[in-house]
Design a protein around this ligand. Sequence first.
Ligand SMILES: Cc1cc2nc3c(=O)[nH]c(=O)nc-3n(C[C@H](O)[C@H](O)[C@H](O)COP(=O)(O)OP(=O)(O)OC[C@H]3O[C@@H](n4cnc5c(N)ncnc54)[C@H](O)[C@@H]3O)c2cc1C
Ligand code: SF4
Length: 492
Amino acid sequence: MRRWLFADQLGPHFLDTPDQPVLLVESRAVLRRRRFHRRKAHLVLSALRHRASELGDQARFIRTDTYREALGRLDEPVTVCRPTSHAADAFVRSLDDVEVLPARGFATSAEEFAAWAEGRAGRRLLLEDFYRRTRKRLGVLMEPDGEPTGGRWNFDADNREPPPRNAARLDVPAPWRPREDDIDARVRSDLDAWARDGDVAFVGNDGPREFPATRDEALAALGVFVRGRLREFGRYEDAMLADDPVMAHSLLSASLNLGLLDPLECVHAAEDAYRRGWAPPAAVEGFVRQILGWREYVWHVYWHLGPGYRHHDHLSARRAMPRWFAELDADAVDARCLATVLAEVRDHGWVHHIPRLIVLGNYALQRGWRPAEVTDWFHRCFVDGYDWVMVPNVVGMALHADGGKIATKPYAAGGAYIDRMSDFCARCPYDPRRRLGDDACPFTAGYWWFLHRNAELLGRNHRMSRPLANLRGLADIDAVAEQEQDRGSDPP
Ligand SMILES: Cc1cc2nc3c(=O)[nH]c(=O)nc-3n(C[C@H](O)[C@H](O)[C@H](O)COP(=O)(O)OP(=O)(O)OC[C@H]3O[C@@H](n4cnc5c(N)ncnc54)[C@H](O)[C@@H]3O)c2cc1C
Ligand code: SF4
């Protein structure tokens, strides 16, 4: 039967046989519904059109307004692998002549996750448990005697160092970058024309495509990463450098989320790099943990917690996201960390995990911006943003809007943490040590204001007892709160 492939199901593992007939749909309505980053729209359309071109006559490629219209033009039933959002899942299940198959593109099935979650009924779904169980089940980084490779399950203590002193960049080979072709040129001219006609609108700056759009490109990017860059991955995975936004990160999320790469092939490539001596165990374990641990966990938690999860607002964060942030207006911002990271998002549609969590998400948390708006912003502005991955990462990880279902405490951090883990503060007009006065760091002061505002609610969480005790020791907290109330959501 013909297989309907969504634009994030583009790899060969979404087909039963290499010659299976395919349906691909390019829907303009999807672009019209949301104001996506220009680079994200380009990447997704480029990947879809490249797949259609590769498949040639094997695919019916329908460019139309809505999916429903495209299906109306078809006179045969189709199968589809479970799509990646609650809305799309409900949509395909509502259609006649569409058979919905289990999801692909993940290493753990819904049944395996459900069996694990059921065994933990009433207890927290701990990532570490899930990750170890998955490694054992798949025999990843496992020795024949059943012990974890390198003698430990977790190398976090060896990883996560501050950036090297006095180095503007990490000493690793450059990441793989694509060369654009005629398909990219046509995508660019279509997007320009649609924007000119007022049919769609974008946020962010255009520029040469920076992420793989085909499987061959994605495999090339994976190869460059495991051969030369993986060795420094774990050590600096939590560090930030103003002039080196990529550091030793893999840049593979966009390819994984488009379905161009299968997670297990990335894991096996990293494991192979360890066996060949290209990367130490701590780096390889750190990377495998991200893919087999975090990525899989986030995917299953998205389904497990249901469509209502996105609406959680445990901290009653009701302030609107300000325009300068929504529009990626980095030039309006003096705070060097936030200005630098926002400019990266504006110009590339990507920053690594720590700027997402500790700069962007942390600022939204501290300022009390509405979780639904922040989730939507991340989804639209990042080249790798999809509903399934954004909702748990933003609602659960960054904003603690779920009250602790995913992260045991809020990832609120002041300027001292940013100063330790980056080189931003040295050339910032603010001082990370100060919470009061003209040069008070908005992250440091914002941290205390956040705790002060939410002290009662957070007081029920024993992991917050130390920060709350420190808060009670601040003689100037009322002045700090007043100062930050005044700063509010203005660009800092
Ligand atoms: C607020 C916030 C929003 C995020 N939004 C997204 C998103 O829209 N799409 C997305 O793929 N990731 C998201 N992440 C997770 C993570 O930041 C990105 O996967 C990562 O930065 C992508 O860059 P990379 O490929 O170089 O990752 P690396 O640092 O090289 O990590 C390797 C891979 O691990 C996976 N991974 C690591 N952490 C996570 C995680 N928390 N959730 C899911 N996968 C993970 C990704 O597939 C990534 O490619 C978000 C994190 C936060 C805190
Ligand atoms: S001083 Fe504060 S605002 Fe400035 S870069 Fe450091 S953390 Fe960011």
